[in-house]
Unconditional design. Structure first.
Length: 181
């Protein structure tokens, strides 16, 4: 259903347990990054190759039937290939969906890309960002502060969202305590 790409950086004050979902980018900037994305079996380019092969085979079979005197097979093959093509376009449009969270000292950036739409939120004071479930346990995680809000965790299994929320809270707390120290 979903996959998690794990990245994080250790330059945030006291030594903490290694993050489960995040990756530490480097000691130079002290950033922590979370990159969550959809788990797709096919990349869009691979999907195009499979679809073109399917078209060749389908049209060849339809052409053979047409030459044998069954002219209605070819139009139905065309309709079928158009329907499959439309479904694959929809799939390919969402194959690159992802959520990216970057925590730097003094700044927390969140970007959610779903299809062609990208929603970005920047929090200038990470210490004041609230991390809570949107509705109930297992629902999306809502990040809010400074009059802005965004929901994350779409690509994490519902039973792991609480652990992700705890890790986000812990990292935000460490960053704010490192900034004041």
């Amino acid at each position: 259903m979903s996959a998690l790409s794990v990245h994080a950086s250790r330059g945030l004050g006291s030594p903490a347990p290694s993050p489960r979902f995040a990756s530490v980018a480097g000691d130079a900037d002290g950033s922590v990054r979370w990159h969550m994305k959809r788990n797709c079996s096919f990349a869009p380019r691979q999907l195009l190759g499979v679809y073109l092969g399917l078209c060749l085979i389908g049209l060849a079979i339809g052409g053979l039937f047409w030459m044998q005197g069954a002219p209605y097979i070819l139009p139905f093959t065309g309709v079928e290939l158009l329907a499959v093509g439309a479904a694959l376009v929809f799939y390919a449009r969402h194959a690159a969906d992802h959520e990216s969270l970057v925590l730097l000292p003094g700044r927390f950036s969140v970007a959610c890309t779903l299809g062609r739409r990208t929603e970005r939120v920047e929090f200038a004071a990470p210490a004041w960002v609230r991390v809570e479930p949107a509705h109930r346990d297992g629902s999306l995680i809502e990040l809010s502060g400074e009059g802005r809000r965004i929901a994350v965790g779409r690509f994490v299994r519902p039973e792991l969202r609480r652990a992700l929320a705890d890790e986000l809270r812990s990292s935000l707390r460490r960053t704010s305590s490192a900034a004041t120290a």
